[in-house]
Design a protein around this ligand. Sequence first.
Ligand SMILES: [Zn+2]
Length: 241
Amino acid sequence: MENFDALQTQVDQAQRIVFLTGAGVSTPSGIPDYRSKAGLYTNGHTNRPTEYYLSHDCLVDEPKVFYQFVMKNLYYPDAQPNVIQKKQAAFTNANRAEIVTQNIDNLYEQAGATHLHEFHGNLYRIYCQKCGMEVDYPTYAHSMYHELDGGILRPDVVLYGEGIDQEVAQASVNAVHNADLILIVGTSMRVYPFAGLLDYRQPHVPVVVINQERLDIPGVTAQYQLNATEVFDRLQVKENS
Ligand SMILES: [Zn+2]
């Protein structure tokens, strides 16, 4: 694999890696990138952009439509973490890295990641909007209503029209600010405010992209146009000395 040794060396020398990740990390687990499937969702009636079905407006105005959409298109309860998530989790467990992800699929949790910042929330944290009680996924899959009080359940994810959780945002900013190596994996860094996290890095900190397609991001110091699954399969996690 071309350039792999240089990448391994760079990773070995870093003490505080930050992985900035997105949908491309979960596609090997069989979870499609909904952003790349624009126009797929017609839902049998009015043709609306995907963004509408994942919006605060849809949740409030047409909660059944919202529920049907997320159940049909976002939940993959049988998906398993792949080698990218597992290896990145191993880096966090060795206190070598933090993960800031746009993914909401719970696969990093399943992989045992620590130092994990889920920028857009997590589909499997589900709560009642009336009483705040959390319920599990099978309960939500069974009904969109909380059986105790009839409140409408929702996943704890950031919908269009909603803001990023301030604690998560601050923790993500801190992680990037403290990083001595930033690895961008499986995201084209086009969605804000996530993409803006890069602005908080220290000057001179290397920003490395691992992506088969070349990305045009300012400040990138190296691009490895390699398959991320192969890279993380091979990448070794050295313990901090
Ligand atoms: Zn309730």
